[in-house]
Design a protein around this ligand. Sequence first.
Ligand SMILES: [Zn+2]
Ligand SMILES: [Zn+2]
Length: 344
Amino acid sequence: MVNRVAALVGKGKIEMTVGPVPEPKADEVLIKVRHCGVCGSDVHNFLEGRTGKRVISYPFVLGHEFAGDVVALGADVTNVQVGDRVCVEPGAACGHCEYCRIGRYNLCEHMRFLSAYPNVGSMQDYVVFPARNCFKLPDNLDTIDGAMIEPLAVGLHAANRGNVKWGDTVLIIGSGCIGIMTVLACKAKNATNIIAVDVFDNRLAKAKELGATATINSRTEDVAARVAELTGGRLADVVFECAGRPETFNMACDAVRPGGAIVTEGNISEPLQMNHVLINMKEIDIKCMFRYVNVYPVALRLISSGEINIKGLQPKIFPFDKTPEAFDCAINDGKSVLKCVLEM
Ligand SMILES: [Zn+2]
Ligand SMILES: [Zn+2]
């Protein structure tokens, strides 16, 4: 067996190479990767040469949004079998620390997350990972759908953090992949009004196609004023900040109703100047979030039942040996392509 690897060999440089096929430990499975998405964080790490605070030493492998076939089992594995098609939750938590024990394993102090340096990612033919992180794909899902579960999990976790419920007006600022996943999640939660914001009309059209009830182009319209108009002055119950910019955070504060919530899905890396008096006077709940927790099985049921139309995102598929082109597309065609997916 040959393991083809998309090796990150320097800042902004990927080379197609070949490496050894890894061996599963007792609690692990060997997976033949079939599809792997290019995440916004992959693009960031590709360009910046770091994952979070950690500087990458090359070569390294990116990728964590993947699905494939189980091809070998460790001695203790019982939950999946050889031949199963699975999607894989890419963060292996320790299972023993305080956060794991209270069910908030996304905060695990010993998390091993694929593609977070030094844990090599899934942009290669073969990956070993704990079997407990593998979820069997229902028969009506393919491995492209399986690779889309990870970004959907972010949207589902955001909707959980915002406690979205029927009757709600939600405002989603930023209609890229994660914003659209949040539209899908809020629709599945039966939010009544789903308002999507972006600066690109084609993204807004996609948001509308997949469940937004209204859209606002923030380049030409005053977002808070439009939300007031659309809600009879009431404003939004929950605002999702998916753009990761100081100005969109402040937009969220203006557009949320008193007593409402803001969920910060985007990472705002620039210094943030906020109107704290306004936030206090409105008694806004600011809900932060890190990745996702306990949503993979739910995501599979929602897609399999048709409650969430994941195919509507229409990812652009690249053959694996065109990985550099896929990154190029993710960087330069972000307004027209929501998700690039590699096919192994
Ligand atoms: Zn991702
Ligand atoms: Zn833990």
